[in-house]
Design a protein around this ligand. Structure first.
Ligand code: PNS
Length: 164
């Protein structure tokens, strides 16, 4: 069975991420979408919340499962029996960092491969940070995220505003 991991922060998942995950699911028997649980970095959503949002967006893809992980990606790869990690590339500027990460990961686990999938051109400008920035100022994010994510971001921003 060919298993791959699609790792990321997914704070929150964007349509660009979903496009990469869906395309990956056609190439592998099983995809684990691995959400980094990083307690040092305060995100908009907790790892469990990001996982729940991803699950809502990925309904209908039976070979895709969402998990939370902490620590090293190579350990997650080993634990889930994956042979590859899939990363999306939006621009040349993404490449340098991703290339370094892939070399470090190869050093740590020579058995695994990192595969790069280029983003769909219509999502080249998208990132979770941009979504949060536009959303926090009341901008329209419906072209950037799944409706379930849009609703949660609106709720989160409303809650934050009410607490001020
Ligand atoms: O969506 P992101 O923030 O670009 O995802 C980055 C992620 C989660 C893939 C990366 O930070 C990661 O793999 N973190 C786990 C720690 C690790 O293994 N780092 C590489 C060796 S230094």
């Amino acid at each position: 069975m060919r298993i791959a991991i699609c790792p990321g922060s997914f704070d929150p998942v964007t349509l660009g991420h979903l496009d990469i995950i869906k395309r990956s699911s056609r190439l592998f028997d099983k995809i684990y979408v691995a959400v980094l649980s990083n307690s040092a970095k305060q995100g908009l959503f907790t790892c469990e919340e990001r996982k729940a949002l991803l699950e809502k967006c990925l309904v209908g893809l039976p070979n895709v499962e969402v998990i939370c992980f902490s620590g090293l990606l190579v350990d997650c790869v080993r634990e889930y029996g994956a042979s590859a990690v899939i990363k999306g590339l939006r621009a040349v500027s993404d490449f340098e960092y991703e290339f370094q990460m892939s070399l470090i990961n190869k050093e740590l686990n020579p058995e695994m491969e990192t595969l790069f999938i280029n983003t769909n051109s219509k999502y080249m400008y998208l990132s979770s940070s941009v979504v949060k920035e536009v959303g926090s100022h009341g901008g329209d994010i419906s072209d950037f995220v799944h409706p379930a994510v849009e609703e949660e971001i609106r709720n989160r921003i409303r809650e934050k505003g009410a607490r001020k």
